[in-house]
Design a protein around this ligand. Sequence first.
Ligand SMILES: *Cc1c(COP(=O)(O)O)cnc(C)c1O
Length: 357
Amino acid sequence: MTVHNFGAGPAILPKEVLEEAARAVVNYKNSGLSLLETGHRTETFQEVMHEARQLVRELMSLNDEMEVLFLHGGATLQFLQVPLNLLSEKGFASYTETGTWSVKAIREARFVGRIEIAGSSKENNYYSLPEQLHITPGADYLHITTNETISGTQWQQIPFDAGVPLVADMSSDILSRRLPFNRFALIYAGAQKNLGAAGVALVVVNKNLLGKTGRTLPTMMDYRNHIAEGSMLNTPPMFAVYVVLLTLRWLKGKGGVEAIEQHNEEKARLFYDTLDALPVFTSPVSRQYRSRMNAVFTINNPELEKKFLERCKAEGMIGVKGHRSVGGFRVSMYNALPLESVKAITDLMKDFANQYG
Ligand SMILES: *Cc1c(COP(=O)(O)O)cnc(C)c1O
């Protein structure tokens, strides 16, 4: 049976990437060694790190002000490391409160300094995004979560014109669409959704904004140390970086961000058009904020919920159950998910609606 992986993360990876990664476990590039038993200071691994960094630069069209880092601790450590590096001792930062992940980012940032909320969609159960932002002049930065993985919203209009440096958690939509990446002060993303394997986070930061907080940071917390050491301040998560490299090569081979954006649009269109045409299913997310990466939806008759999930399971559709905090269903359509998988689940949905609608 073909398995379709709609899981939210760690998520689907291209088959070619998995096969090549598997070879590297046993014998990396015919060196007779596994990449897992190779020193991180060797030329072999330096090349991996270098190419991964270069491919990020190329795929995002980064300029020379932007630095690319591969760090441990996931996006969750970035919730803390970002304010440590960008929030000045006497200043404040502005955050949008748009779902589970931004709430966590806000909670960590408050350990560091003063945070104001620029806009919230809490009263709408995070199924929308704030229509307007209110930012007190002088904020050190504005933080957004470009794609809220759990409630299924995605910023289509990025607030570049807010008049403050913009920081974005892009964990679940990094490199899924064209964006003017150089206009961000800082971008971070855990790799395990759209970029590779768990264990590494990508950070892209404008180096001109660093070192201005008035705060002395412990070594591992200071981005400038990671920049100086090329993301090798200590032993990097080597294999996770390697899987990122393979995924970036795959993405480049597919035609890069522009091509994948079209592919992602096509998948999302097919999914939401099907959903909207079937009265038995509903999306709680406001139409203009729907995520192209994570489609969140429910079934109108709660008694059918279990039946639908059983049917998905029987047909090899993995990871369709919604996050435990919101229930319902979630279909994640990351870069590596083929259109065929979306066809498969929309066919199943139509069939299910015919049977029970
Ligand atoms: C998954 C996710 C995180 C957490 O990532 P970790 O790498 O597990 O820390 C943060 N933000 C968003 C938007 C996510 O989807």
